[in-house]
Design a protein. Structure first.
Length: 141
């Protein structure tokens, strides 16, 4: 799984392993959403080339955007923006009033994308910590 291989070692991988084993888990039901971008590989099959998720956040009324990823071969085509916009829309439709997320400071394109979508500095939440972790938040309409 390319997404798994792309993650920084101990900050993201342990949670992902738990999430995969429990799918749909927090991404299913009435409080979450799993978003997948598909590409027709050779006309005979479709392959997943990107993903994002929405799950309940650290407090009532707050959603977390997580697991935004686009395969290396599909980047620079607007898929990341489309997936992030779809996550914001899903959270709004699910009735959340605010959205939070975290990323790593060296993922500059992701940070620029979040700022483009109106995210600004956010307070730390959950158990995620590290010198490179950056938190973002925005209100939803």
């Amino acid at each position: 799984m390319r997404y798994f291989e792309s993650l920084d070692a101990q900050i993201c991988k342990p949670d992902l392993e738990r999430e995969i084993s429990a799918l749909p888990g927090v991404f299913g039901g009435t409080g979450g959403a799993a978003l997948i971008a598909w590409h027709d590989d050779d006309g005979a099959r479709s392959i997943a080339v990107g993903c994002s998720g929405v799950r309940p956040g650290p407090e009532d009324g707050i959603a977390e955007m997580c697991r935004l990823y686009v395969d290396d071969h599909q980047r620079e085509r607007g898929l990341g923006l489309a997936l992030a916009e779809a996550a914001v829309t899903a959270a709004t439709e699910l009735g959340y009033r605010r959205m939070v997320l975290h990323t790593l400071a060296h993922w500059a394109p992701a940070m620029a994308l979040y700022r483009k979508l109106g995210f600004g500095p956010g307070a730390p939440y959950g158990d995620v910590r590290g010198p490179d972790v950056v938190f973002f938040a925005r209100d939803l309409n």
